[in-house]
Every structure is written in structure tokens, then in C-alpha cells.
Ligand binder design. Structure first.
Ligand SMILES: Cc1cc2nc3c(=O)[nH]c(=O)nc-3n(C[C@H](O)[C@H](O)[C@H](O)COP(=O)(O)O)c2cc1C
Length: 214
């Protein structure tokens, strides 16, 4: 075994920053909000960074980090290129997962649900509030497609800078997606790997709550 792997294997730590009681909340979104707030207050790096998991039409999974930009009553909003790899995969299969990990709190939250495009007017609002270079980038970057080199990207940035010297319109292929949850798991690290795991499964118009073994 190489030295680096030796380090990985022997790098053990205990989790002791908190605990998670049964019956803590009937509403997983409220619990999520309070955990998110805790992460924000504890200065977690990018508390809104989330691993989005998708599965393509051949049942092959893939994941990447995106930013959660909004929490609405119906779900969690992210923004991306609809023609990207993730965009194609969710068209083929709208079942997705989200994974938040807040190291400072020794907490992770797993969310599963269905994803769909949000109202174009909400996407417009968000796009219009982005910095200009990000707006130009949304036109310039054909996200997830092969390019011969970085120059191609830079040339496209220049092209769209000239095309839109003033306001930049939202590209039709760029906008928001909302993940409507059907399942949550709240995980709080505990000593000896005896972690707390509280789950919420959507059942009709209710959330069934239960604990699972660590
Ligand atoms: C911290 C962080 C935040 C990111 N936020 C976004 C985001 O909000 N939207 C997005 O499309 N890509 C975001 N990315 C880039 C994605 O991880 C990914 O590279 C990109 O969306 C293409 O993924 P795809 O080819 O699977 O579609 C972020 C990456 C990191 C590391």
C-alpha cells in the first residue's frame, strides 16, 4: 500500500458535535431549513453546494456539484444548462438525488425526488440578477460538449460580448430546475459510528418518519 493510501486508511476521527432526536419535526423541509441555517451560521464553505445525482436512460448514474439557489415550498431550485449532460439525463429520467454535507456540523442530508423545469419568469429574474460575465458565459459555454481547446470558449465569449453590448437576454437553454422531494434522510455523526439517521418518506399528503440503523 502506498503512503497516501496508508494515510487514508488510518485517518480516523470520531463524530461528536450533536445528536438527532426522534420526532424532531413533522416537516422535513423545516428541519432542512434549520440545518441549512446552522451550516450558514457556522460558516460552512458553500453551505448551498449540493451533489446532484442523475441516472441516464441506460441506468448509469452520474453526479456533480451544483449550487442550490432557492428553497420554495414545493422544492429546491438549481440553475444550469438544459442541454448539458445532467440536462439530457433528467429529460430521460427525472428521478434525482441531492446530497448536502456540512463538515463543520458533521451532518449530511440526502434528498430524493423528481426534477422539472421552473417557470421561465423565475429563471428570467434570476438570470437578470447574475453578473454580466456569468450571463455571457451561459451563451458561450455549450456545457458538457467537447471543445478543441480553451480558445474556442474564449472566442465564443468575445463573440457574445459583441453580440450583446448592453443587456444580455437569458438563453432559452439555460434556466432553473426544481427538485420536488419524496424522501429525506438527516444524518448526524455520533461517536463510535453509531450515527443518528432520521428519514422522511412521502406517503400521500403526509411524511412518514422513521429511524434507520447507522
Ligand atoms: C462548488 C461548485 C458549484 C457549482 N455550481 C454549479 C451550478 O450551480 N450550476 C451548474 O450548472 N454547474 C455548477 N457547477 C459545475 C458542475 O459541477 C458541472 O461541472 C457542470 O454543471 C456540468 O455537469 P454535467 O456535465 O454533468 O451536466 C459547480 C461546480 C462546483 C465545484
Amino acid at each position: 500500500m502506498t503512503k497516501e493510501l496508508d494515510y487514508t486508511r488510518n485517518n480516523r476521527r470520531d463524530f461528536d458535535k450533536g445528536k438527532l432526536e426522534d420526532g424532531i419535526s413533522d416537516n422535513p423541509m423545516l428541519l432542512f431549513k434549520s440545518w441549512y441555517q446552522d451550516a450558514f451560521e457556522k460558516n460552512a464553505t458553500d453551505p448551498h453546494a449540493v451533489v446532484l445525482g442523475t441516472v441516464n436512460k441506460d441506468n448509469k448514474p452520474s453526479s456533480r456539484i451544483v449550487y442550490m439557489r432557492d428553497m420554495l415550498e414545493e422544492g429546491y431550485v438549481i440553475y444550469t444548462n438544459y442541454l448539458s449532460r445532467k440536462g439530457t439525463e433528467i429529460t430521460e429520467n427525472p428521478h434525482v438525488s441531492m446530497l448536502f454535507y456540512w463538515d463543520v456540523l458533521e451532518r449530511q442530508v440526502r434528498i430524493e425526488g423528481l426534477i422539472e423545469k421552473i417557470d421561465p419568469l423565475i429563471s428570467d429574474d434570476y438570470f437578470n440578477a447574475r453578473p454580466r460575465l456569468s450571463q455571457i458565459g451561459a451563451w458561450a459555454s455549450e456545457q458538457s460538449t467537447k471543445i478543441p481547446g480553451r480558445e474556442t470558449l474564449e472566442e465564443r465569449v468575445e463573440f457574445f460580448e459583441k453580440k450583446y453590448p448592453n443587456d444580455v437576454p437569458r438563453p432559452p437553454h439555460w434556466g432553473g430546475l426544481i427538485i420536488k422531494p419524496t424522501y429525506y434522510e438527516f444524518w448526524q455523526g455520533r461517536p463510535g459510528r453509531l450515527h443518528d439517521r432520521i428519514c422522511y418518506q412521502e406517503n400521500g399528503d403526509k411524511w412518514e418518519q422513521y429511524r434507520i440503523a447507522p
